[in-house]
Design a protein. Sequence first.
Length: 369
Amino acid sequence: MSSVIDQNIKVSIFGESHSPQIGVVMDNLPAGLPIDMDRVLAFMARRAPQAASYSTARREADVPQVVSGLFEGHTTGTPLCALIANTDTRSKDYEEMRAKARPGHADFTGFLRYHGQNDYRGGGHFSGRLTAPLCFAGAVALQALEGLGVTVGAHILSLGGVWDNAFDPVDISAKELRAVSGAEFPVTVSPVKLKMLEAVEEARKDKNSLGGTIECCAVGVRPGLGSPMFDGLENVISRIVFGIPAVKGIEFGSGFDCAGMTGREHNDPFYMDENGMVKTKTNNHGGILGGISSGMPLIFRVAVKPTPSIASEQDTVDFVGGKDEKIAITGRHDPCVVPRAVPCVEAALALGLLDAYLAPRPTLEEERR
């Protein structure tokens, strides 16, 4: 199924933007994982709309109702299911979308894929609203990873042409990741925040929107996780990251810059550190070689597109009536989704890493049999 992660853990996300509820089911989680629901709520609040000009006016409490799989603060080992109510919907704002395609949205392709039976209100199942249950699942995964010594964090690397300082790909610490992720507006250089917010406000006043890039990192990842070819760590992580509707690109380590480098420049020289651990002096590989973790910080960046719902009049079509039309999108929309997408990217990485940690690993004796 398209909305299911199904390898070593199984995560199924369901619902539509304007359905009574949305939710998630997580299966194959180990029994006995301690889950702090206050921390889950705090993580989900980072994704929820903020009282700021860069955020939609839609207000949802996003308080998950856990209906199974959690007892006395620990996972039971049976499916963990959480429901999240949709309470602040305005379906009338989308009546025009029965037949008119909003540029940049999945209205037309969803109509084709589901033979006109798709729920078009608020984007239906294609909506960014479905990142709320993704963040619930990610919050659970993050707490599980903490018990394994793994810390995940992300920040806004760029927004509307304004750039933050990038993470140090070799020396980034867990403390630094926690600090930036815990910020209300996650950037590493404080003055950058004001410039980014000014850029978003200018776009909003111009009935336009902005995109940007998010840089995400995990430290403490055990070397040797993952598999080659189609089950590589890049593959697993990317598949989940692309479940975030606004994401249009991803690169690990030096990413596309490697195309302009020589082998001598791109190769990361190995050395033994003071603890007898294998390290690399640089980290162009982004912590993954051959689909398998190297033990260096796992680092990647994602491209987030500008919010397609803009108030400016645009050309479109009536795909039912078969004619050209104009459309000016009304309703409540983010002029920039990048800040709210940061925890979504962290959630995606956490789920990918937890899946890798739960993969069966035969012992050397078993492999010799």
